[in-house]
Ligand binder design. Structure first.
Ligand SMILES: [Zn+2]
Length: 459
């Protein structure tokens, strides 16, 4: 072999000093005779004055003789302390390692860091993807080389979250340039299909320009105040809306109707909790049967639907597809609301199923689920409850429903045992009332069975 391909990584020169007084001090003393001398260990840390007031003219540390003037650690002659401080990228490169070793005032980190780090999941905006993440990796390798940590990479997994967008409204005038309007300051004009075609200002009724969706920004006045949202709907609604509306790495278009919808869904969860407490839970028999009971069709169906959605939700959680986890929760609630609730065994099934829904929902809406979990008697704290796993027994289907066609036309359906073979399915299909009616007494010439889907009888 003559040569091979190799990837080479290179960090550009990184000027870490900044001419401002916040940030970490650079522990260097300048002496006319000795040059740049490191501050000796026993004089560390260098502490910045905390009463500096910037006046807009240079680094205020220059005007602080008590900080600036010191003795040279080497020759003892009067010297000057370095007044530049370190770039904030320096701190963001390793703060998480420091978080893992609180209370240690002797060293940068200690052995606890190797237990907690590397970070399992990093979540950040795309703006961090190059500089900060690259510096962090570099810094980690230096700490590794110095024997401070045993790992070589700071983060195991990266999720780059999408931005939140909202409508943009503006008006141009010769006098004031561009004037931006907040979404609540305009009335929308829509076409028949409900698309926004324009808008007028609430204040004067005059047209404003609609600019479509854009990144939320203070200057363009299209941000949403989280506090106002929480005030009106609660934190759970805001969380559910953001999780449900888009996968985390995609952009999210703000929608008041979407927020309303999330609020309605959570109110239904709450209402179901109270129906459960007052009407369903009292039916649960003292001698429970769910473990061994053969369930009536409707209840087996409910239980299967909940466990299927749980299986899907667990899979999606692993892939960080939180939006589909939220929709699985909605499907679970739909099924629960329609479920029969007139017997002890129904009450037991609902108790199990609602308990699953609450736990799957809990990372998205922790407050409402925590309260319901405790109030409905599931346990003291949903956070310490075991995460639900789908039961194979609940997923098994005794009977499946196949589409029934006669001469290629769908005429109805036929129920067959889930383990029925081709011959049994053909017999059941031909014998069914629907088939008999549409075959009009003719014999079946050919029967096509698509397993799990349909039966087509050719006469
Ligand atoms: Zn000196």
């Amino acid at each position: 072999m003559l040569g091979e391909k190799k990837v080479q990584w290179r960090l550009r020169d990184w000027g870490i000093s900044r001419q401002r007084y916040w940030g970490c001090p650079i522990p260097i003393i300048h002496c006319d005779d000795c040059g740049s001398v490191p501050v000796p260990d026993d004089q560390l840390p260098v502490v910045l004055p905390d009463d500096c007031v910037p006046d807009g003219a240079g680094n205020p540390l220059h005007k602080r003789p008590d900080f600036l003037h010191c003795a040279c650690p080497k020759c003892g002659k009067p010297a000057r302390r370095e007044t530049d401080t370190m770039d904030t990228f320096v701190d963001s490169s390793w703060y998480y390692a420091r978080f893992a070793t609180p209370g240690n005032d002797k060293t940068m980190v200690d052995e606890r860091v190797n237990y907690w780090l590397p970070v399992d999941q990093y979540i950040g905006g795309i703006e961090h993807a190059i500089l900060h993440l690259l510096y962090s990796r570099f810094w980690t390798k230096v700490m590794g080389d110095l024997g401070l940590v045993t790992y070589r990479e700071p983060f195991k997994r990266l999720l780059t979250q999408g931005m939140v967008l909202n409508h943009l409204f503006s008006r141009r005038s010769d006098k004031t340039g561009i004037e931006w309007f907040a979404p609540e300051e305009v009335n929308l004009l829509k076409d028949e299909a409900g698309r926004v075609t324009g808008a007028t200002a609430v204040s004067d009724g005059q047209p404003v320009e609609y600019g479509g969706f854009g990144t939320m920004s203070k200057s363009k006045r299209n941000g949403v105040d989280p506090n106002a949202m929480i005030e009106q709907y609660g934190a759970d609604t805001s969380r559910f809306f953001m999780m449900f509306t888009a996968p985390p790495e995609q952009t999210l278009e703000w929608s008041d109707a979407g927020v309303e919808g999330s609020y309605r869904f959570l109110k239904r969860v709450w209402t179901f909790g109270h129906v459960f407490a007052s009407q369903i839970k009292p039916l649960i028999p003292a001698a429970r049967k769910l473990g061994s009971a053969k369930l009536p069709d409707e209840l087996a169906c409910l239980r299967r639907e909940i466990h299927l959605n749980l299986k899907q939700a667990n899979y999606d959680l692993g892939k960080q597809q939180f939006n589909t986890v939220a929709s699985s929760c909605m499907k679970m609630l739909n099924a629960l609301e329609k479920a029969p609730r007139d017997s002890g065994i129904a009450a037991e099934v609902i108790e199990e199923c609602f308990g699953i829904l609450l736990r799957v929902l809990s990372p998205i809406t922790p407050h409402i689920t925590h309260t319901l979990w405790a109030e409905l008697g599931y346990g003291a704290d949903i956070l310490s409850a075991a995460w639900p796993e789908p039961l194979e027994a609940a997923l098994v289907q005794d009977e499946i429903e196949l589409v029934l066609q006669v001469l290629g036309k769908t005429r109805g359906s036929v129920k067959v045992p889930a383990n029925a073979d081709k011959g049994a399915i053909e017999a059941l299909a031909v014998a069914s009332e629907v088939a008999q009616k549409f075959m009009e007494g003719k014999p079946a010439k050919k029967i096509i069975v698509v397993p799990g889907r349909l039966v087509n009888i050719v006469v």
